[in-house]
Design a binder for this molecule. Structure first.
Ligand SMILES: CC(C)(COP(=O)(O)OP(=O)(O)OC[C@H]1O[C@@H](n2cnc3c(N)ncnc32)[C@H](O)[C@@H]1OP(=O)(O)O)[C@@H](O)C(=O)NCCC(=O)NCCS
Length: 429
């Protein structure tokens, strides 16, 4: 294969180098394009633009492949612990037993948050959306740990900042739940593992014993692994972009959480359940909503369907669908929205509109059903996505910093008025 691409711009030919990845993906390196030709590329929504090289996650949307550092998501979801995946994403290799024990212990030692964090919670109006709170809480860690403000202050400080964020995230997420209910907080118990600790802090009451259900722990571990990273999506790109200005890790991840909140990204898991409930309240006619989604004059979209990259199936959705059936059966939950979800899926998968546009259920379509069966309120669903995605955001930020990538600063094609003279206000017609 030729190692360059030839581009002819208004009669001038330019050769551009090709970059070939380890999975033979081909990119045209346009970093010298503007200098050589004066032209820039334009790609709304970055549908054809690689923003970076990365050794973290490989995704083939046509074949439905997702791998982290070479390991398939199917195998990782089946066999690994969430913190092992966090280690893999952040450090590049699966940990040995010794490395894992050290990593796990380090994280367990940092689970408590500063008591003043509760003062921030106290200031919010009752009913504030959990995602707004999470954004502020993660960002506030930079105030409690000022050494994090300089992300270039050495390997040890960087790893301490990373460990703190990983360790405190479940505590903060559980505090959001407890504060919403007006219930006393449950402190972290460092004899519990990462997932158990989070479930305990969320579901235990100070007045009662709480026995962790191994079915819930396993399901939660799997869900968090399935969300752990997804290469250059909207939130990961946001983390990289904010981090590229050398803003600290807490600020960068907080920005990623903001990007995740939108219903076209992580916020879809909340919207899916709201949609399924609305369909059920409206008599459960799935076809009516399929027709609405197809009607170009109707803004309604089937939430949890479609994906920017997956155009065949979302491998995470396959695993989650199976897990949803198992969890609901084992917990003895009979959720009528699951039946509606199945009807919608069947109807959409056999409808030419969805088939032609390659619109398949994505990870958010089934995750909400499991979260609800576990007892999480709908407003917490996107927080759960963020909890799982945290290692991915950290890994993307760390790679971007270690690769010494320049500040992200896209160009534009200006389409406004050309130069004109200022007219004093009295003379404007
Ligand atoms: C995920 C999503 C934002 C991807 O967007 P995208 O790659 O920019 O794709 P587009 O919005 O250009 O959609 C392509 C076509 O499919 C249609 N489409 C995409 N998702 C659809 C949905 N969920 N319901 C109905 N139609 C949909 C679009 O109207 C468009 O049709 P057209 O070609 O006739 O104009 C989009 O599929 C979506 O909004 N899905 C619902 C939200 C969701 O589940 N997000 C979670 C993602 S993990």
């Amino acid at each position: 294969m030729s190692e360059t691409a030839k581009l002819n711009i208004q009669g001038n030919e330019t050769e551009l180098p090709l970059i070939v990845g380890t999975e033979n993906e081909v990119g045209i390196d346009i970093s010298k394009l503007r200098g050589a030709t004066g032209a820039v590329t334009l790609d709304f929504g970055y549908k054809n633009t690689g923003s970076t090289t990365s050794a973290i996650t490989y995704l083939d949307g046509e074949k439905g492949i997702l791998r982290h550092r070479g390991y398939s998501i199917e195998e990782l979801a089946e066999k690994a612990e969430f913190l092992e995946i966090a280690y893999l994403l952040i450090h590049g290799e699966l940990p040995t037993k010794e490395e894992y024990t050290k990593w796990d212990n380090e994280i367990r030692r940092h689970t408590l948050v500063n008591g003043d964090i509760q003062n921030i919670f106290d200031a919010w109006p009752t009913g504030s959306h959990p995602m707004g709170q999470l954004i502020a809480m993660i960002s506030s860690l930079s105030s409690f740990y000022p050494e994090s403000l300089n992300p270039n202050s050495g390997e040890e400080a960087k790893m301490r900042t990373i460990t703190r964020l990983l360790a405190k995230m479940p505590t903060i997420c559980a505090m959001i739940s407890k504060n919403r209910l007006g219930h006393p907080l449950i402190y972290p118990q460092n004899n519990l593992n990462y997932v158990e600790n989070y479930l305990n802090m969320t579901f235990k009451h100070v007045t009662e014993d709480y026995v962790l259900d191994p079915i819930l722990v396993r399901a939660m571990n799997k869900l968090m692994i399935l969300h752990a990273d997804h290469e250059q999506n909207c939130s990961a790109s946001t983390v990289r972009l904010v981090g590229s200005s050398h803003a600290n890790l807490y600020a960068s991840v907080s920005a990623g959480v903001a990007a995740l909140w939108g219903p076209l990204h992580g916020g879809a898991n909340q919207k899916v359940i709201e949609m399924l409930e609305a369909i059920q309240a409206d008599g459960g006619d799935a076809q009516k909503y399929i027709d609405k989604a197809k009607d170009k004059n109707d803004p309604f979209r089937l939430m949890g369907f479609g994906h920017r990259v997956y155009k065949n199936f979302d491998p995470r959705a396959k695993i989650i669908k199976k897990s949803a059936d198992e969890v609901l059966e084992k917990l003895g939950v009979n959720d009528p929205t699951l039946a509606i979800a199945k009807k919608l899926e069947e109807a959409a998968l056999s409808d030419p509109y969805f088939v032609e546009r390659k619109l398949f259920p994505n990870v958010d379509f089934y995750s909400g059903i499991i979260y609800r069966a576990m007892g999480f309120p709908v407003e917490m669903f996107t927080v759960l996505f963020a909890l799982g995605r945290l290692p991915g955001w950290i890994a993307q930020w760390k790679e971007m910093m270690e690769d010494k990538q320049p500040i992200g600063r896209p160009r534009q094609i200006y389409t406004g008025p050309v130069t004109r003279d200022f007219v004093p206000i009295d003379e404007r017609g």
